[in-house]
Design a protein around this ligand. Structure first.
Ligand code: NAD
Ligand code: ADE
Length: 392
């Protein structure tokens, strides 16, 4: 993680978090460990809980504990343990919150009467931003939150290319089935959906997209995908991947028309995109047939397979986004946490963008590690590019 490494070296010298406590709720795996160690190198006492009960890498937890980080997560932990760990993150009295999905920020707003010493938070993902914006709209946001998700260097690469690769990694890890020649339905053609659809097509799937936004639907169509309502798409699907941030995107009506053997996977933040209550209600039997693959058998003899219990497939049965992608996302997180640590008290109680200079600095630092180099404009070109008088 070449970009994060540069940040860590500066943090070691400057210690921007000296004396501060940072509570993080993130997917706890090796790349996340690098972020936690970077925050610690900046002087913070770091507490870390899981963003999802299935996304934890126990080896990363053990390594972090050895390094003095209060890591409280275990793969497959119960819902009770998962929530207890998040409560502990709040009980640790954080000055800064680093969140993925806004569970900790929401808890701070529901369990605490005031802001206390919380300077602010940074948020990793689209669903977290949706929740923060809802708090802001209702005038309830009690500390500033930096929207890392919408930084250019985040969603353009993490949501799109990260999911494009890691969702496939999760599918391979869970099933070991051939995807080429199968019909794959991708629900949602946002940043994640675009990446997933493109990569599924790349390995030979016949991809159908479902959308509720007419603009995104046309974008998918002009990329060459078929675009159908889920009720029609579900009849053809061998595989369905949801990436909407919404709930009940695949539900009873759709299960009733699916072919036997259909695989169901989710890449959205919460495990509500594929309705597990509806699946459970329709099934007359269910069994785990491989780790991460649960068969639901219907009375008419059909079977559908839910992967990773409907949780983020790329983290539950895959290894999460590639390291080069998380290098970008977590560099933005570390630098945004620094902004909160230094300026949190002066910032408005709003969801705020990542400062443009941070986005640009991360892009510049990523060029060489990504094997890219840019040209520079000549003085004449700079003038031309900013002028109304183009001499035409
Ligand atoms: P996005 O807002 O860019 O895209 C979501 C799309 O889903 C939108 O185009 C929306 O119109 C569409 N949609 C909403 N309801 C729908 C429905 N019922 N049927 C079909 N389409 C519907 O969001 P995104 O950045 O692509 O994120 C999607 C989800 O993935 C969020 O929950 C986000 O937090 C999560 N996420 C996961 C990972 C991961 O590693 N698995 C990474 C980034 C984001
Ligand atoms: N690894 C750690 N956090 C991640 C995230 N939010 N998405 C994908 N992979 C990750």
């Amino acid at each position: 993680m070449a970009v994060l490494e540069q940040v860590r070296r500066r943090f070691e010298r400057e210690r921007p978090f000296e004396g501060l406590s940072i509570s993080c709720v993130l997917h706890v795996e090796a790349k996340t460990a690098a972020l936690a160690l970077t925050l610690q190198a900046g002087g913070a006492t770091v507490h870390l809980a899981a963003g999802n009960p299935l996304s934890t890498d126990d080896d990363a937890v053990a390594a972090l504990r050895e390094a003095g980080i209060d890591a409280r997560a275990a793969k497959g932990e119960s819902t009770q343990e998962f929530h207890a760990a998040i409560h502990h993150m709040l009980a640790a009295n954080p000055d800064v919150i680093v969140d993925d999905g806004a569970d900790l920020v929401v808890l701070a707003h529901t369990d605490r009467p005031d802001r206390g010493n919380i300077l602010g938070s940074t948020e990793e993902t689209t669903t977290g931003i949706t929740r923060l914006r809802a708090l802001e709209r209702e005038g309830r946001l009690r500390f500033p939150a930096i929207d890392v998700n919408d930084a250019a260097m985040k969603h353009l690469f993490d949501n799109r290319f990260g999911c494009g690769q890691s969702v496939l990694d999760g599918l391979f890890g869970a099933t070991n089935l051939l995807i080429a020649g199968r019909t794959a339905v991708v629900a949602g053609y946002g940043w994640c959906g675009k990446g997933i659809a493109s990569r599924l097509r790349g390995i030979g799937a016949d991809v159908i997209v479902t959308e509720v936004d007419p603009v995104k639907a046309i974008e998918a169509r002009l990329e060459g995908f078929r675009v159908l309502p889920m009720l029609d798409a579900a009849k053809e699907a061998d595989l369905i991947v949801t990436a909407t941030g919404n709930r009940d995107v695949v539900r009873a009506d759709h299960f009733r028309v699916m072919k036997s053997g259909c695989l169901l996977a989710n890449a959205g933040h919460f495990d509500v995109e594929i309705s597990k209550p509806d699946l459970g209600g329709l099934a007359v039997g269910r069994e785990i047939v491989r780790p991460g693959v649960e068969a639901y058998r219907f009375a008419d003899g059909r079977t559908v397979y839910l992967l990773a219990d409907g949780r983020l497939i790329n983290l539950a049965t895959g290894q999460g986004h590639p390291v080069e992608i998380m290098d970008l996302s977590f560099s933005l997180q570390a630098l945004s946490a620094e902004v909160i640590a230094k300026h949190g008290r002066e910032l408005p109680l709003k969801v705020l963008p990542v400062p443009a200079e941070i986005d640009l600095a991360v892009a510049q630092s990523a060029l060489a590690p990504m094997g890219a180099a840019v040209d520079t404009m000549t003085a004449v070109q700079r003038k031309y590019s900013e002028s109304w008088d183009l001499g035409t």
